[in-house]
Write a protein of this length. Structure first.
Ligand SMILES: Nc1ncnc2c1ncn2[C@@H]1O[C@H](COP(=O)(O)OP(=O)(O)OP(=O)(O)O)[C@@H](O)[C@H]1O
Ligand SMILES: [Mg+2]
Lengths: 440, 308
């Protein structure tokens, strides 16, 4: 064991001094991760800066609801389209709109009134765009706040409301007599005030300042409509819905590229021991062949883990938020086992650096291309998707993504991880077997 | 006094496909001796060494390394065993070092593989650096070393674990005369310390200078094995005397044909013959006597010259 560790330390030291190797293991993947992350993020935030597409279903069709919608339309950040309930829902599901809003019947009666039940607005937001949803809620409040001002400025509307409230008050038997008296006095003075406003308005037109919408007063009750469940979680849109940072796709890919860099680098290093003659010394020393290849495997394992850790730290610093660190550890270990096995297999398919290096990268490229190292699997056409199952890269990325943003449960992690570990064990066995047989 | 045998190779045979690289080799090396394996390119020297260290399994025959004494840690046997391998240090023909590690790191790494650690490792690393006379370059990567320095390192690394037997496979290939001398001197120091050395070369002067006994190999076969003087006596033939004569009295009987004034003859006692001629009044303008050497031994054994 001690000798295996010494061999591994030697290899790590050699790797650290090999600029080209180190570049493919860390530099290149980091550049890739950043580049593709920025490309993706660019399109996302571009959409954010463009108008937020909101579908509105107006079931109330009152003056107030129209005013509310007008005020939303006036907002430069929002593009409003009037739709029927079903088409509105579909448009959010399909990602065409950020949100849908339903104004139920009766909205106009309570909107902008500072007492009583605030109006209810039903809001359905694309779950992948929660940041925009928060912004939208702010805009809704702003528009409702304007309705408050409208109310105060429109004596007719107000009188209407007061009469109706009085009526309700009279009809309602559950209110105690003292309360009833208080409320009636209140409505009375409100009526008075409204009339004064009306008088003021007829007198001068420049007294149109809107009363302050008091903070802490709830203008509207925003109920959320669930639109996420409608999305098939396996569809591309459903998967994208879970993304919560622009690095979510590019960093797992970058990790795999780093891992492939390790595979190529360490696979060559066994051939290199041969060509530089050090294999002779290793073999002459009291070191078993198993220890020689195990030393390589250990060094490769450590490097792969370091690559994943480094990219995770970098990703987190940039805003990636892994959902589960324990699952990420599981994924990292599975990926390491798998690709160490692949490295051991590749290392014995040739005896010269050129042969191993050439075929190693060729096999890496095919695995990466098939497995979503370049184009993410979810964007692939169907036949490519099923082909991708043959590539360990796919399972590697899937397990990393499962832990980072796909919200995999432990049970969901089991399959990709078992596949990875299985491939790893097969690779290690074949590699060790062939290595033991070569060189007599 | 006869020293015990520390290496014994019996009936070694190895072929690559249909090509027989080593063909029925027998030899033994005494503890403390320096044994030369002399042969042209492709004679099978490296193949023999590979079998001696357990890198190659002989198709036939056996190798026993170690004499079972306390010096050999009580070990004697097949070099595939780890305990036997510890007795052997090898400086392979092709440099076998990590170019991107420093001299010290190379020594440390290989020392650790032989189980050295702590103070003992440091001590051996320092010894080896001193042996290679590279102490001042110990922190430099080998990629910055000259060919001769790397050759020295190649031997130093073989010595890191203080082996009983040192196998040097053409240790002076591609080295300038100064570095070669340097290597000779360090090998001679090891000889004085009683190390057993197996030395392969195709330079007969190296074998002649360093080796107690020499095996001459060609095409995988052992042609002759003995001490250098005895090999020469047996196979070297006579010395060759070449001279240009001045005055030549008429009655004198010459030992060879005269070509103008040039005389060339062979003799096993050349000096006596020259003195005799001189006594008879023969005058020599120039005189050269070439003694037989391993080159002539090889020539007489194979009909070919050692170097192509
Ligand atoms: N791995 C191999 N595969 C096939 N043939 C080999 C192999 N190694 C050596 N040979 C052949 O075996 C013969 C002996 O080779 P070996 O290397 O032992 O010679 P050598 O005496 O060390 O020569 P040199 O002085 O050139 O080093 C040569 O003919 C060589 O071509
Ligand atoms: Mg050789």
């Amino acid at each position: 064991m001690n000798r295996i560790v010494k061999m591994a330390i030697k290899d790590l030291r050699l790797l650290a001094r090999d600029r080209m190797g180190a570049f493919f293991i860390l530099g290149f993947p980091i550049l890739m991760g950043l580049f593709f992350g920025l490309v993706m993020g660019g399109s996302n935030s571009g959409e954010g800066r463009a108008k937020m597409q909101v579908a509105i279903v107006d079931n109330d069709n009152s003056d107030m609801s129209r005013k509310f919608i007008e005020s939303l339309k006036a907002n430069e950040s929002i593009a409003v389209s009037m739709e029927e309930l079903e088409s509105a829902r579909e448009s959010v599901r399909k990602g065409k709109r950020v949100a849908m809003m339903v104004l139920d019947e009766g909205f106009g009666e309570s909107a902008g009134v500072l007492w009583g039940q605030p109006p209810t607005i039903k809001l359905g937001v694309d779950p992948s765009r929660s940041a925009e949803a928060a912004m939208l809620q702010g805009f809704i409040m702003e528009s409702i706040g304007q309705l408050v001002g409208e109310r105060f400025q429109d004596p007719d509307l107000m009188r209407n409301f007061i009469d109706k409230s009085r009526q309700e008050l009279a009809d309602n038997q559950s209110i105690s007599s003292t309360n009833r008296m208080l409320m009636q006095a209140f409505f009375g003075s409100l009526e008075q005030m409204t009339e004064n406003i009306g008088a003021l308005q007829t007198q001068s037109d420049d007294s149109s300042q809107a009363p302050n919408a008091g903070k802490g007063i709830q203008f509207a009750n925003i109920e959320s409509l669930d639109v996420s469940r409608a999305v098939d979680p396996d569809s591309t849109a459903g998967q994208i819905a879970k993304l919560n940072s622009k690095w979510d796709i590019s960093f797992p890919q970058a990790m795999i590229w780093g891992v492939l860099g390790c595979v190529a680098g360490f696979a060559i290093s066994i051939a290199k021991e041969r060509t530089q003659g050090t294999m002779t010394r290793l073999r002459v020393a009291p070191v078993s062949k198993f220890e020689i290849i195990a030393g390589k495997a250990l060094a490769c394992f450590i490097t792969v883990v370091l690559v994943i850790v480094t990219l995770t730290v970098l990703g987190v610093l940039l805003g990636m938020q892994p959902k589960s660190y324990p699952l990420l550890v599981l994924a990292a270990i599975s990926v390491s086992v798998c690709f160490v096995g692949i490295m051991m297999f590749l290392s014995v398919i040739g005896t010269t650096e050129q042969a191993v290096g050439g075929s190693g990268w060729a096999i890496n490229m095919v695995m990466a291309m098939l497995g979503g190292g370049m184009i993410p699997v979810m964007f692939m056409p169907a036949f490519m998707k099923s082909l991708s199952n043959l590539s360990p890269v796919k399972w590697g990325i899937l397990s990393l993504e499962g832990a980072i943003w796909r919200e995999f449960s432990f049970a969901e992690m089991v399959m990709p991880c078992l596949i990875l570990i299985g491939v790893g064990i097969i690779g290690m066995s074949i590699g060790t077997l062939i290595f033991r047989r070569t060189d007599a | 006094m006869e020293n015990p045998l520390i290496v014994s190779a019996q009936g070694l045979r190895k072929s690559y496909g249909s090509h027989i690289a080593v063909d029925g080799l027998n030899f033994e090396i005494q503890r403390g001796a320096t044994f030369g394996l002399l042969g042209p390119n492709g004679a099978g020297k490296t193949t023999t060494i590979s079998m001696l260290v357990g890198l190659l399994h002989p198709d036939e025959g056996s190798v026993i390394v170690g004499d079972g004494s306390s010096k050999s840690n009580g070990t004697a046997g097949n070099p595939v065993d780890d305990s036997v391998r510890r007795l052997i240090g090898v400086a392979p023909q092709s440099l076998s070092l990590y170019d991107e590690l420093t001299a010290k790191e190379n020594l440390e790494f290989f020392g650790q593989l032989y189980g050295l650690s702590g103070g003992r490792l440091r001590e051996r690393v320092q010894w080896s650096l001193a042996f290679a006379e590279l102490e001042d370059r110990q922190k430099d990567r080998l990629s910055t070393f000259s060919g001769g320095m790397k050759r020295r390192m190649n031997i130093a690394v073989a010595m890191i674990h203080e082996p009983e037997i040192l196998l040097l496979d053409e240790p002076t290939v591609g080295v300038d005369p100064q570095s070669r001398n340097h290597i000779f001197e360090s090998i001679q120091r090891l000889q004085k310390e009683g190390l057993t050395i197996l030395y392969t070369t195709h330079y007969m002067e190296e074998a002649q200078r360093l080796c107690d006994s020499v095996a001459i190999m060609d095409h995988g076969k052992l042609l002759a094995l003995d001490s250098v003087p005895r090999l020469i006596a047996q196979h070297g033939g006579c010395s060759v005397v070449t001279c240009e004569l001045g005055r030549l009295p008429e009655q004198v009987e010459l030992p060879g044909q005269l070509d103008g004034t040039l005389l060339r003859f062979e003799s096993d006692r050349p000096l006596e013959k020259v003195a005799e001629l001189s006594g008879q009044g023969v005058q020599f303008r120039t005189l050269s006597i070439s003694q037989p050497d391993l080159e002539s031994v090889f020539l007489s054994l194979t009909g070919r010259s050692l170097r192509d």
